[in-house]
Design a protein around this ligand. Structure first.
Ligand SMILES: [Zn+2]
Length: 181
């Protein structure tokens, strides 16, 4: 689970069967993490975070506000670029290969490049604006192919390959990048 927090950015919340209370830590990339007992709801985690802001600020080496502001500004620029590009690129490939999707959503989750839901909504991560165009196109083709195959079956990959014969290389290269901003 992820909490999008105004002060701390994306906070990763992990349910831990062995945890008896809530604990905070910081990941190597500087992101705040919360470990919570198994049945903790997202709302409860959020309330706990709110109630402990002062303590978190004091105890954990969170990025200073200036770099947090710089990150937010970067995210804003990226979101703008993404709005002006990704929906059109998606439309382009959908028309080219004859796919029909319902709508497109732009996301900025830290974990995935894109997704396709059963109501035919395609999500694309704004972080795609930071990767080479060929890899961005691979993600778009991947999500479009999910309109016909909601799995990663052999048939799914055959469909991806029919539009992107080098998809294996692109998939591997994409792993050098992280969707987080
Ligand atoms: Zn997939």
């Amino acid at each position: 689970m992820i909490i999008n927090d105004k002060e701390f950015g994306e906070v990763l919340v992990r349910r831990n069967a062995l945890a008896s209370g809530i604990r905070f830590s910081v990941s190597t990339s500087g992101r705040l993490q919360m470990s919570v007992p198994k049945r903790t709801s997202l709302l409860r985690a959020q309330l706990y975070l709110n109630a402990n802001r002062g303590a978190i600020r004091e105890r954990l080496p969170i990025k200073d506000p200036a770099s947090q502001r710089a990150r937010d500004a970067k995210k804003k620029i990226l979101a703008k670029k993404a709005r002006e590009y990704l929906p059109y690129r998606l439309e382009y490939f959908a028309n080219l290969y004859g796919y029909q999707y319902n709508k497109v959503r732009l996301s900025h989750a830290g974990t995935r490049w894109g997704s396709c839901s059963s109501n035919r909504t395609i999500s694309l991560n704004i972080g795609l604006m930071q990767v080479p165009e060929i890899l961005r196109d691979y993600v778009i083709i991947h999500e479009l192919a999910h309109l016909n195959h909601m799995d990663h079956s052999a048939a799914f990959w055959a469909e991806v390959a029919s539009h992107d014969p080098h998809y294996k290389t692109h998939r591997t290269k994409l792993k050098q990048f992280s969707p987080g901003v």
